[in-house]
Write a protein that binds this ligand. Structure first.
Ligand code: NDP
Length: 337
């Protein structure tokens, strides 16, 4: 019997074209076998351009395709929950893009549908699969900086024109910086510090990229379970800076630059007093790792690199930041009951 995993794509999207289809096909015994989109002609053209044998415009017909074992959901954000629940009910494993949903009710329903169907659910917070972040997590856990006392993240980017669209104009589709960058940061903070955020204060702004008042910039302070504070800045409007991350501890600091992008890369250094040592790294493409981990989980070896529960927690953080920004009050990060 073939061990090959056939992947079906829900969403003829940019991220699938640029990163996920190449990643699926780069991993051993793994192929992109079908795609479903809302317009057949465009989806067929997308399939042809990306070497995918079959194109559908009907989700149920797509989900009935026996060649599909795993489904990758990368539609606009408001469609993630529906597609994930339908795929789980059809017995397919699901790797869903972030944010996993736009509400915790939907996120809960996704977790329940996948648990009931006995299928894997993973969320594509790809940063955990980067060599930089795995190295930083290891350094923190090994005590290289002593006890962490504060963290700072700066995720300022400028969106290329083809990624603006719904992301900067549509509340209904889940646009805005909180559902795009904040969820990634929330997951990364949890991954690097090995603890959960408890409460946040936040302000957001529309600086000209976000349309109709949709937030394109957010400044957030989060308190973690241990009491440690994390300062987070995110923006679609920053064209002249590298992304950066700092974790400060009692015995030293980890300073990382250019480490929050889709591509691997950037630098990590360890600072003790005025001594700064570059941490050697061999960068990798994170996306094939995400797919490899997911394929392994399907085969009963290990778990997806980011679980459905992790996705729930990163969404809960973004929703708390949204509430804090809207009310001007501290907001509690919701937990799953
Ligand atoms: P796109 O805008 O490229 O695609 C989203 C949907 O928009 C598609 O599913 C498609 O709908 C529709 N669409 C795309 N292009 C066209 C077009 N030319 N004409 C008409 N409709 C079109 O989104 P992204 O790839 O930027 O993002 C998709 C998801 O992936 C989001 O949830 C986002 O948050 C996430 N993402 C994650 C990243 C990561 O690294 N983890 C990076 C980037 C995005 P249909 O398929 O129904 O035709």
């Amino acid at each position: 019997m073939s061990d090959s995993i056939g992947w079906g794509l829900v969403g003829a999207s940019t991220v699938a074209r640029e990163w996920i289809i190449p990643a699926i096909n780069a991993v051993e015994n793994s192929r992109a076998v079908a795609v479903v989109g809302s317009e057949l002609a465009r989806t067929k053209a997308y399939a042809a351009a990306n070497g995918i044998p079959v194109a559908y415009d009907d989700l149920q017909a797509f989900l009935a395709d026996p060649a599909i074992t795993a489904v990758y959901v990368s539609t606009t954000n408001e469609r993630h929950a529906h597609a994930t629940i339908a795929a789980a009910r059809a017995g397919k494993h699901v790797l869903c893009e972030k944010p996993m949903a736009l509400s915790l009710q939907d996120a809960n329903a996704m977790l329940e549908a996948c648990a009931e169907a006995g299928v894997q659910l993973g969320i594509n917070h790809h940063l955990r699969s980067m060599e930089t972040h795995r190295t930083i997590q290891r350094l923190v856990r090994e005590g290289a900086i002593g006890k962490p006392v504060a963290m700072r993240l700066f995720f300022g980017v400028t969106l290329p024109d083809d990624l603006k669209g719904w992301r900067t104009s549509s509340r209904e589709a889940g646009g805005g910086v909180l559902f795009d960058l904040t969820v990634h940061d929330a997951d990364l903070i949890r991954f690097l510090l090995s603890e959960d955020p408890v409460e946040v204060v936040a302000m957001t702004a529309a600086t000209g990229i976000g349309q109709g008042g949709l937030a394109d910039t957010a400044m957030i302070v989060a308190r973690m379970e241990s009491g440690l504070l994390v300062q987070i800045g995110e923006s679609f409007s920053i064209a002249h800076a590298d992304t950066s991350l700092e974790i400060h501890g009692t015995d030293g600091a980890i300073l990382a630059s250019d480490v929050l992008m889709q591509r691997g890369g950037g630098t990590v250094s360890l600072r003790k007093g005025s001594d700064v040592t570059n941490v050697p790294l061999t960068h990798v493409n994170a996306y094939p790792r995400v797919i490899q981990d997911f394929n392994n989980a399907i085969r009963g070896r290990g778990a997806p690199s980011v679980s459905g529960m992790d996705g729930f927690k990163s969404l809960a953080f973004a929703l708390a930041a949204q509430e804090a920004a809207a009310t001007g009050q501290r907001a509690i990060v919701a937990r799953k009951h």
